[in-house]
Design a protein around this ligand. Structure first.
Ligand code: PLP
Length: 340
């Protein structure tokens, strides 16, 4: 199956599976899993944070971050299209009584500081206490500029806010900018990383921050049922991913650019309203095309994609080669022939 739905569909390579098989394990709830400890210590060091926590998913990492930074009756500022606002079942509000205050994202994915400043609540018992700003990088495949991150840090310092990064795809941002990950991470009080997306591990995310913050998150992780036992098996995959699957993200970005370029040669497909900055390609599909029907036919041919008209999303990852893109384009041309 050639799967363009998401970079979450990546499967562990032979070498990654070998690393998992050889992993030294123990009961991580007792702190005994050598491999988990090694991953957490090296991740903290390599990203410039005091401590790290290995967690089940990006959703859990974001939830733990918000709950560890905020208390009941606090609020966090975030983008209207932020994953931790839209796609995480309202966890911070449901489980933490932390109110989100979403702000419309600008076209480049950033949040306008004037709009953010206007959303900060006065220190008055009528209002929730504004505690945290949460950014996302990459967001919709777009990379937040380094200068913007620096301004966000200054903004938070000025307004006495904490600053969190949902960095599910932060390595895509670092590779696209060709900078060390620390250039991005340094501005944040906390950051998440998904090991299970483009980095290719089967399970797991990291939460990074100060030591006392991570200790609060560790308690909450247990409360949420996220205390894992011989988790070294999956931590080993995460360590392998961070060592061997970062630089190759550049291939995914090149493939995404090629995919966008090729989609424009298929009549009824147009990517020109969207810029490809990393591994995500958006495409407008002419409404005269029955895209659901095409998606069904392609699936029978072994090509998987999520159909849609405006901004249909295709994602490149380590399971997608240059030749796979040619296969998709040929299939799309066959399917749309005579359609328009
Ligand atoms: C995928 C994703 C998450 C959640 O990660 P899961 O491991 O799927 O829970 C969080 N934030 C962003 C930006 C994501 O893309």
């Amino acid at each position: 199956m050639i799967d363009f739905r998401s970079d979450t569909v990546t499967k562990p390579s032979e070498q990654m599976l070998n690393a998992m098989m050889r992993a030294e394990v123990g009961d991580d709830v007792y702190g005994d899993d050598v491999t988990v400890n090694q991953l957490e210590q090296s991740a903290a060091k390599n990203h410039g944070f005091e401590a790290a926590l290995f967690v089940t998913s990006g959703t859990q990492a974001n939830l733990l971050a918000i709950l560890s930074h905020c208390e009941r009756g606090d609020e966090y500022l975030c983008g209207q299209s932020a994953h931790n606002y839209r796609y995480e079942a309202g966890g911070a509000a449901v489980l933490g009584s932390v109110q989100p205050q979403p702000i419309e994202n600008e076209p480049n994915g950033t949040l306008c500081f004037n709009k953010l400043a206007n959303a900060i609540k006065p220190d008055d018992f009528h209002f929730a206490r504004t505690k945290l700003l949460s950014l996302e990088n990459t967001i919709g495949g777009k990379v937040l500029p380094l200068a913007y991150l620096e301004q966000a840090r200054q903004f938070c310092d000025t307004h006495n806010l904490l600053l969190h990064l949902d960095g599910a795809r932060v390595y895509n941002a670092a590779v696209a900018l060709n900078v060390n990950i620390v250039e991005i991470a340094q501005h944040f009080d906390s950051m998440t990383i998904c090991l299970s997306k483009g980095l290719g591990a089967p399970i797991g995310s990291l939460l990074l921050g100060k030591r006392d913050f991570i200790e609060r998150a560790r308690r909450l992780r247990k409360m949420l049922g996220g205390g894992m036992r011989q988790a070294g098996i999956i931590a080993a995959a995460g360590m392998y991913a961070l060592e061997y699957n970062v630089e190759r993200l550049a291939d995914d970005h090149r493939n995404a650019a090629y995919l966008a370029e090729q989609l424009n040669t298929v009549s009824g497909f147009d990517t020109r309203s969207y810029q490809v900055e990393t591994n995500i390609v958006y495409v407008d599909v002419d409404s005269a095309i029955d895209i659901d029907d095409i998606a069904k036919s392609l699936k029978e041919m072994g090509i998987n994609m999520t159909p849609g008209y405006q901004g249909m999303r295709l994602v490149t990852h380590l399971g997608i080669s240059h030749a796979d893109i040619d296969t998709l384009i040929t299939a799309l041309k066959q399917q749309t022939q005579g359609g328009l």
